[in-house]
Design a protein around this ligand. Structure first.
Ligand SMILES: Cc1cc2nc3c(=O)[nH]c(=O)nc-3n(C[C@H](O)[C@H](O)[C@H](O)COP(=O)(O)OP(=O)(O)OC[C@H]3O[C@@H](n4cnc5c(N)ncnc54)[C@H](O)[C@@H]3O)c2cc1C
Ligand code: SF4
Ligand code: SF4
Ligand code: SF4
Length: 417
């Protein structure tokens, strides 16, 4: 029996799933069990499309189809929760199991807070995430850096700091550091990401920390909620899932890797935000980049924080219609509405036809707002800043300035000024 907080090795008894799974097939095995036993009505996850660069969101209702979803797709840069809002009625009256990366888990909470998703009907199995690679970038990188035809690659993985490909006639690995120095590798938001183990999900599954004879054969699972414990216990009891306590040495190794990844995330934040410059230089940079915007509204459509029926950017009194380059107000409206809650999922940047570094601009603001107000997006159901104004903290904030108005000592408190 497992309980919330436990860390275990888990592996499936289903030979078909075990064969295709990334590690022990715990994720797919648990979904199959949940669907067969009507714990969920459907599983929403990702499967391989035409090739391994093509990650396709898929809704599974027949347990036999789950096998197709086993395995990790590192070019799967997509975000699932907004699709649940848009196309699955926000899980209003269907119980949906979802495989989530850290950014998906954070987005799920932000949408749930805004009442766009019914969290009571959501079961989340999280996968640890070291990062994902844009499919176009992956293809170019494999051709230029590996000297391999991207169409010949049949497996890719990120392991021990290397991006490894297997192809007809061999395999090759190059360190992610080297690739990223040359502008390849993980998406830039992934480099800055610190959501490595999605503990806001019901279970967090990964390969870090699986050592000894289970290495490569079991999935490391951290039990993060009662719902997660129930699912794992029921599957074990039914004899479809093997569960064994994780090796203490494995737990320590996993902790060390996670710690190193968090440090790396901080390093990239310092570098990327530093490159934006300060003061007028930063403003000029943002103005110049955003002036390429063609108002396709895709950044708004994909953002998990944007939920309005009609966006203020479409109001003629705020953003004059038919004017290009777009008035800066368009982007200011996004900054004002989203920056406190941005989960750095990178969708707004990846989708932008004009290659504007939207998530970089938003994330740079979010990190400072988090320092200032202590609001951590996507971690739990705490309400966003402007939805929860509390007298005590308002008084404390004013007190900290050592003044009777919001004018001075806001960014460096009076006692440190
Ligand atoms: C992009 C990515 C990066 C990862 N990086 C790490 C890491 O650095 N360290 C670590 O310990 N583990 C990492 N993992 C998790 C690991 O690869 C396995 O998914 C996990 O150990 C579960 O193994 P399993 O055999 O139980 O899963 P499986 O039974 O093989 O199931 C995998 C599940 O993940 C889903 N999936 C596949 N690709 C995606 C995607 N792009 N987005 C959302 N869901 C997806 C599948 O649909 C399936 O539900 C990563 C996973 C992904 C997707
Ligand atoms: S933003 Fe974080 S959790 Fe999401 S794909 Fe990138 S590294 Fe993974
Ligand atoms: S602003 Fe961009 S990076 Fe931030 S949550 Fe929205 S889509 Fe994701
Ligand atoms: S996706 Fe890019 S071009 Fe489209 S509205 Fe957003 S910033 Fe402008």
């Amino acid at each position: 029996m497992v309980a919330k907080g436990d860390m275990v090795y888990a592996w499936t008894n289903d030979a078909g799933i075990a064969d295709k799974a990334e590690c022990g097939g715990a994720v797919t095995g648990l979904w199959k069990f949940a669907l067969e036993n009507k714990i969920v009505d459907a599983v929403f996850t990702v499967k391989k499309g035409v090739d391994l660069y093509d990650a396709v969101p898929t809704l599974i209702t027949d347990p036999a189809d789950l096998e197709k979803t086993a395995g990790s797709l590192h070019c799967g840069t997509l975000l699932l929760p907004k699709l649940i809002k848009k196309y699955l009625d926000g899980a209003k009256d269907k119980k949906i199991g979802v495989t989530v990366k850290g950014c998906d888990a954070m987005a799920m909470y932000e949408l749930a807070k805004r009442k766009q998703i019914n969290m009571d009907n959501i079961l989340m199995i999280g996968v640890n995430c070291g990062g994902s690679v844009n499919p176009g970038v992956a293809r170019e990188m494999i051709e230029k850096k590996y000297g391999v035809d991207p169409n010949d690659v049949h497996k890719e993985e990120i392991d021990k700091g290397q991006f490894i490909i297997e192809y007809e006639g061999g395999h090759k690995g190059i360190t992610v550091d080297e690739l990223e120095e040359e502008g390849y590798g993980r998406r830039t938001n992934c480099r800055r990401c610190k959501a490595k183990v999605p503990r806001q999900a019901d279970l967090a599954a990964g390969n870090w920390g699986v050592i000894g004879d289970k290495a490569g054969k079991a999935t490391f699972v951290e039990v993060c909620s009662e719902k997660g414990a129930e699912l794992l216990n029921a599957a074990q009891k039914a004899g479809v899932m093997n569960v064994q306590a994780a090796e203490p040495k494995g737990i320590a190794i996993r902790g060390k890797i996670e710690g190193a990844m968090l440090k790396l995330g901080d390093k990239w934040r310092a570098k990327d935000f530093g490159n934006l410059g300060t003061g007028k230089e930063r403003l000029d940079k943002i103005l110049k980049e955003t002036s390429r915007c063609i108002k396709c509204y895709q950044c708004i459509d994909q953002c998990p924080i944007c939920y309005c029926v009609e966006c203020s950017t479409k109001k003629p009194e705020l953003v004059a219609p038919g004017v290009l380059p777009v008035p800066f107000m368009f982007h200011l409206i996004r900054f004002a509405h989203i920056a406190d809650s941005c989960v750095n999922c990178g969708q707004c940047e990846e989708i932008c036809p004009m290659e504007i570094p939207n998530s970089l601009f938003m994330h740079a603001q979010q990190v400072e707002l988090e320092d200032l107000f202590g609001y951590k997006p996507g971690a739990d159901m705490s309400l966003p800043l402007l939805a929860l104004v509390d007298e005590k903290s308002e008084r404390a904030r004013l007190g900290k300035t050592g003044s009777d108005q919001i004018y001075l000592n806001v960014f460096t408190p009076a006692d440190k000024a």
